[in-house]
Design a protein around this ligand. Structure first.
Ligand code: ATP
Ligand code: MG
Length: 404
């Protein structure tokens, strides 16, 4: 004999409890364990707490119906097999029972043991199949979810790779543009120093024949400064492309500030025009500072050489430095040609040169390099300029800390 089938009967007519029990007893070869309740809510509570195989539900349950009962139960335990018991056999009720989730319906009063056994058996088989399908569905769903997660991850990785590639491409494009702009700029900017070198070399030949040593020296000096000019341009360009590639890293070192500035001034004073004067004013501490010396030197030299280049002979250039515990402040002030107002927004763009400097040599790289250095050092740069009056560039650089 198969293991007993646990049945719950929900029926408000106690007489039906007895009839059902009697009918079940008449079924040979199968044992049934029957529990009976008369009330809707009692039935729900029972089904929630005990595992039944089958639930027989009366169509009339006081104010509520067996259909509502089945609907409610299916929401809590969808796998429970429900059979509806009705007084009359209407097709309408049959359809409603099916909709509510009942596996079968039986007409009360004339249910034979055979019919009941058959209905229970078929309903159980049907529910078993449904349960299997639902398990398979759940497994399938879990697999789909897992695959979706894997796909999401793969998509994210692809997107990341795409971003990286387009970033690299962008960088590559920028570098290419930089290189081609450089070729244009270099072919223009190198022409003057090269022709100076050529003419000086020719003149040296001539002065050598005349044995005019003084003039020879003057021209070898011109050659040297032209070569220096070209080297400066090349260095600027190289440091810019290195920065573009991210290959330049900060390396702060202790700097003896006073000596450091004096050395720079020595270098820069060679560039001044006739009667031009650089006046250096320092305030605050004069102690050592922890900063990248190469970056700092490039910044100061670029600002001072611009002030010299873009102002007139016999003018004064004010170079102020102020050191606090936290930062270094630099100010370069000239009374030169100034910058046209419409050019101001483009000032730190590489290769940018204002309209009023067409006849003055330059590559338009200096301020771009200055800005990049200051950004890397976490500082700021501001400026004020008025056409034909002069310009002021103000820089603030936070001092590095030991653990940088
Ligand atoms: N002190 C200044 N006075 C007037 N114009 C300036 C001053 N500093 C910069 N400029 C303007 O900004 C432009 C860009 O300056 P930047 O130093 O980048 O390039 P450059 O001086 O032309 O060339 P280089 O790369 O040789 O320095 C200059 O061409 C000039 O028009
Ligand atoms: Mg410059």
């Amino acid at each position: 004999m198969d293991s007993p089938i646990k049945i719950l009967l929900v029926d408000d007519d106690v007489e039906d409890h007895i009839i059902t029990r009697t009918t079940l007893k008449k079924i040979p070869y199968q044992k049934y364990l029957l529990e009976c309740v008369s009330d809707f809510e009692e039935g729900v509570t029972k089904l929630k707490s005990v595992d039944f195989d089958v639930c027989l539900v009366d169509y009339q349950l006081g104010k509520q119906t067996g259909l509502e009962f089945i609907e409610r139960i299916k929401k809590i335990k969808p796998w429970i097999t429900c059979i509806l018991l009705t007084g009359q056999g209407f097709r309408e009720i049959d359809e409603m029972a099916m909709k509510a989730g009942a596996s079968d319906y039986l007409i009360k009063g004339n249910v034979t043991p055979d019919q009941l056994e058959r209905s229970i058996r078929y309903s159980l088989r049907q529910s078993g199949n449904l349960k299997e399908i639902s398990t398979l569905n759940q497994e399938l769903e879990a697999r789909v979810n897992k695959r979706t997660e894997e796909l999401d991850l793969a998509i994210k990785e692809l997107e990341k790779a795409k971003d990286e590639i387009s970033h690299a491409l962008e960088k590559e494009k920028e570098l290419n543009e930089l290189k081609s702009r450089f070729v244009t700029m270099a072919s223009h900017e190198f022409r003057t120093p090269l022709s100076t070198i050529l003419s000086s070399a020719q003149l040296i030949d001539r002065y050598n024949q005349d044995n005019d040593k003084e003039k020879v020296i003057r021209h070898t000096q011109r050659i040297r400064s032209s070569v220096q000019n070209m080297t400066d341009i090349l260095n600027d360009f190289l440091s810019l492309s290195k920065m573009e590639e991210g290959a330049i890293l900060l390396s702060p070192r202790q700097i003896e500030f006073r000596i450091f500035v004096e050395k720079i001034l020595e270098e820069v004073r060679v560039l001044v025009k006739e009667g031009q004067k650089i006046v250096h004013l320092h305030s605050g501490s004069t102690e050592q500072v922890l900063l990248d010396p190469q970056f700092l030197k490039n910044i100061i030299i670029n600002l001072l050489s611009n002030a010299i280049k873009y102002s007139y002979p016999l003018t004064q250039i004010k170079f102020s430095t102020h050191l606090t515990e936290k930062e270094l402040q630099i100010k370069v002030e000239d009374r030169g040609i100034g910058i046209p107002i419409e050019d101001l927004p483009h000032l730190f763009t590489r290769f940018f040169r204002a309209k009023n400097v067409i006849n003055i040599q330059g590559t338009g790289l200096g301020l771009n390099i200055v800005k990049k250095h200051i950004d890397l050092m976490g500082g700021t740069i501001d400026f004020k300029s008025e056409l034909n009056k002069g310009s002021v560039f103000s820089v603030k650089i936070p001092l590095a800390t030991e653990n940088l």
